[in-house]
Design a protein around this ligand. Structure first.
Ligand code: AMP
Length: 438
């Protein structure tokens, strides 16, 4: 055998005869052509890391191998040994397992395919890996780590990362945001995490979508807090470019938007949706994701992006995500932090107006103008709120509805509150016929 590459393998078991199963796996590795087991660490007991159903303690260690097998072939050997030990594959996350063989390091290679990330993404957080490595005399601080999330700011760096993932057959999800992340953004990332092999969150306060008298400079920014949210949600890469990195000095191409951007936010914020469509198109072009995650909180934005993606032929699925609300019903928004306390209490008027219309709809009211009047009546009782609009639009493209009976409709509202540190505009919307709120 021409054993060429040094490999560190993580060994683990917390079900059945743990040490016998690990020994059996090592014996079969020794018998496998192309694999030499150089040395094995002592095994130690440890508790499950992370959440999972009640289960026994682990026995863990590491083994140093030399192999001529390429990484996918070595991975296949490990998976076959796990299956032979009686592990059910695909294994549910954090359930008890008879045998766990993790490819921790393969020479100095970085591998980032759907089935394999090397160096192992979280090895350095795990004492049950660090301790046996140290016991074999390995300087663990000199070993490479994979930062999760990895933060990149240059578009070419993001494009290079996604090119690797695409070559590795990964399904890529993207969650575009302007940062100052809250539980609504986090939910988008968690949905993306559950549906995709790799998740990109973008954090970019996009000047193109702010008007001259809007709050671009004052928009809340908190990259440190945002990175913690992204890490907790399992994001792989955070793309956080500067304005100059996103738009070079000669930048002059913009996406024009049509009917989807008319009325409501489009009427109140001229140029806003062109700015949104431009930055999102640019993100799609750089990252080439399979799935893009957007909140129904910004329902008109969602309609504009759906249209733009279709019209420009981006081969991705736009995934709508339900609105995440505070316990009192206020839709979460990065701008909520700027509400004074009296306005914060009054701000539930948006969701109260929507619920009132939905309640009427549930009891059989179908007339467009009477449904709108229900919502207006709720706003009229709240003097702190200045209403920008209350509209009833068709699902899913938000086209205007004529007077008369409505069927599948979404109500959209916007209002201003002016008594806090600065004026705050809030948006909300709700499907009248749809399922109960998330
Ligand atoms: P923003 O950072 O405000 O541009 O929002 C980024 C993404 O998060 C958009 O797709 C929003 O629609 C979505 N989003 C913001 N707030 C919420 C929320 N409360 N619930 C669900 N999605 C949200």
């Amino acid at each position: 055998m021409t054993a060429t590459t040094r490999v560190w393998l993580g060994l683990g078991s917390n079900e059945g005869d743990r040490s016998a199963q690990i020994d059996a796996a090592l014996a079969r590795l020794r018998a496998t052509p192309g694999i030499e087991v150089v040395r094995v660490s002592p095994l130690h007991e440890s508790e499950l890391v992370g959440d999972g159903p009640p289960q026994g303690r682990f026995l863990n260690g590491v083994a140093e191998l030399r192999t001529s097998l390429p990484p996918p072939a070595l991975l296949a050997v490990c998976k076959a040994l796990e299956a032979a030990a009686g592990r059910v594959l695909p294994a549910p996350r954090n359930h008890a397992r008879r045998l766990d063989l993790d490819l921790l390091f393969y020479g100095d290679q970085r591998i980032d395919t759907r089935d394999l990330v090397v160096p192992h993404a979280r090895w350095h957080e795990r004492e049950f890996v660090r301790r046996p490595l140290r016991e074999l005399g390995v300087d663990v601080d000199s070993l490479p780590r994979v930062a999760r999330p990895e933060v990149v700011d240059a578009p070419v760096a993001l494009a290079a990362r996604t090119a690797t993932w695409l070559a590795g057959d990964c399904v890529i999800g993207i969650v575009p945001t302007m940062g100052s992340l809250h539980a609504g953004h986090r939910r988008l990332m968690e949905i993306a995490r559950a549906e995709c092999d790799r998740v990109i969150a973008t954090i970019f306060v996009n000047p193109l979508q702010f008007g001259p008298n809007e709050d671009f400079a004052a928009y809340p920014r908190d990259l440190t807090g945002d990175l913690a949210v992204c890490a907790a949600a399992g994001v792989d890469v955070v793309f956080a470019p500067s304005v100059a990195q996103m738009y070079d000095p000669q930048f002059c191409s913009h996406v024009a938007v049509g009917a989807a951007a008319e009325g409501m936010e489009g009427a109140l914020r001229p140029g806003h949706f062109s700015g949104v469509a431009t930055v999102v198109a640019r993100l799609f072009a750089i990252a080439r994701p399979h799935r893009g995650y957007f909140g129904e909180k910004d329902a008109q934005q969602l309609a504009v992006i759906r249209r733009m993606a279709k019209d420009l032929g981006f081969p991705l699925q736009v995934v709508p995500c339900a609105i995440v609300r505070e316990p009192d019903g206020l839709a979460m928004s990065s701008r909520n932090v700027y509400l004074g306390s009296a306005d914060r209490a009054a701000a539930t008027v948006l969701v109260r107006a929507l619920r009132s219309a939905r309640h009427a709809f549930a009891r059989g009211e179908r007339d467009r103008d009477r449904l709108l009047a229900r919502a207006h009546a709720v706003f009229a009782a709240e003097p702190r709120a200045a209403v920008d609009y209350v509209e009833l639009r068709s699902e899913p493209d938000l086209a205007p509805l004529p007077p008369g009976p409505v069927a599948d409709a979404r109500m959209l509202v916007a209002a201003r509150f002016v008594d806090g540190k600065r004026p705050v505009r809030l948006l909300d919307n709700m499907s009248l016929a749809g399922e109960a709120e998330a």
